[in-house]
Design a protein around this ligand. Structure first.
Ligand code: NAD
Length: 329
């Protein structure tokens, strides 16, 4: 669907990710397009309207958003919320509206079964409508900066790909077509399984190195120059004070919350079981994120807080300074 030909775009789910994403659309879409928004949290609706009073129109339900928009985006927490907003919520759902010919894109990270259930429902009731899964990576800061990546559940030949890419690039940097329905989600879950597992491995490796007397900055350099190089030990180092911009160096704030990592890791494990993949690290990884999520010292913090959960020394710099001072005295 060509952006120059639409007059209304809808956004449902204005949370930590959705609010800045909707804000980018309100700021960057062609001027003739109104942005219709809804969230059960009225404060978020009021916020995006306050930020873009001329462009954003407040709605009182997901259905009203769908009634008024040719393109509808959703950014919701879990599969049950997506099913409820599209199908199961009675007369106020998106699909209680006539969405024939419309484009619907769900950016939530959810189970593939819920996404396919929504797609099947749309295919049956509104065969001329198109629905895509397009989960994102890059976190809240990426959503604010407009640098997130979209993993799109469509193939490279899809006639809508070019228009969807133009639209999503108003909110992010990369749009990767992953091959077909629900494959964006499968890619995202696979990615987060890998990233979450690496974070645990980096935390363990750092901890054993530091307990053996190594400076974590030296360890990070070694991994970077050696065969262990990875983004987590570089830019997202779980040890505070190694990479100044990492969430760990800011009290594990402004990152990807440990309970969200647990959710995605758990969804990835379910997917692995369903497709018959063997994950020898998965059970241990899931138990680690569950433990960290339920630990008051870690709850609500960036998922790389597993370093703290596993007993890593966050005060290494202070300890090193004290050791140097006592040698000099
Ligand atoms: P969030 O909890 O901050 O926001 C979700 C929003 O959905 C809330 O504002 C909530 O009120 C709204 N909502 C819930 N039920 C609703 C309903 N029935 N109708 C209308 N609105 C409803 O979550 P988030 O951090 O924005 O994450 C959204 C999705 O993006 C999740 O699937 C998450 O896994 C994924 N994600 C999050 C991050 C991150 O760093 N936060 C990064 C990548 C992907």
């Amino acid at each position: 669907m060509d952006l120059s030909k639409i007059s209304g775009l809808g956004f449902v789910g204005l949370g930590a990710m959705g609010l800045p994403m909707a804000g980018h659309l309100a700021a960057k879409l062609p001027e003739h397009i109104q942005v219709y928004v809804f969230d059960i949290n009225q404060a978020s609706v009021d916020q995006v309207h306050k930020d873009h009073p001329k462009r954003v129109v407040k709605c009182s339900s997901a259905r009203e958003v769908a009634d008024k928009s040719e393109i509808i985006l959703t950014m919701l927490p879990e599969g049950k919320h997506v099913r409820s907003v599209y199908i199961e919520g009675g007369s106020t759902t998106i699909l209680s509206s006539d969405v024939a010919g419309k484009l619907l894109i769900d950016c939530s990270t959810i189970d593939t079964a819920s996404s396919l259930a929504v797609k099947d429902y749309i295919n049956e009731k509104f065969p001329t409508a198109s629905f895509y899964d397009a989960p994102v990576s890059g976190g809240v800061v990426g959503a604010q900066k407009g640098t997130i990546a979209f993993f799109l559940g469509c193939d490279g030949e899809d006639p809508n790909l070019s228009n969807i890419t133009d639209l999503l690039k108003l909110m992010g940097k990369d749009v990767i077509p992953c091959g077909g329905p629900s494959k964006g989600l499968a890619a995202k879950l696979s990615n987060n399984y890998l990233s979450g597992t690496i974070a645990i491995a980096v935390s363990e490796a750092m901890d054993m190195g530091m307990r053996s007397g190594l400076d974590p900055r030296v360890l990070a350099k070694v991994y970077n120059a050696g065969t262990a190089q990875n983004t987590i030990s570089d830019r997202f180092c779980p040890v505070p004070g190694v990479w100044p911009e990492a969430p760990s160096s800011k009290g594990y704030t402004n990152g990807f919350k440990v309970q969200l990592m647990h959710k995605d890791y758990s969804l990835a494990m379910d997917m692995a079981k369903r497709v018959g993949a063997k994950n020898v690290l998965g059970e241990a990884g899931l138990a680690t994120y569950k433990g960290a999520m339920n630990d008051p010292k870690c709850y609500d913090l960036d998922s790389r807080v597993v370093f703290r959960y596993l007993g890593g020394n966050e005060d290494w710099q202070k300890d090193a300074d004290e050791a140097t001072a006592s040698k000099l005295n």
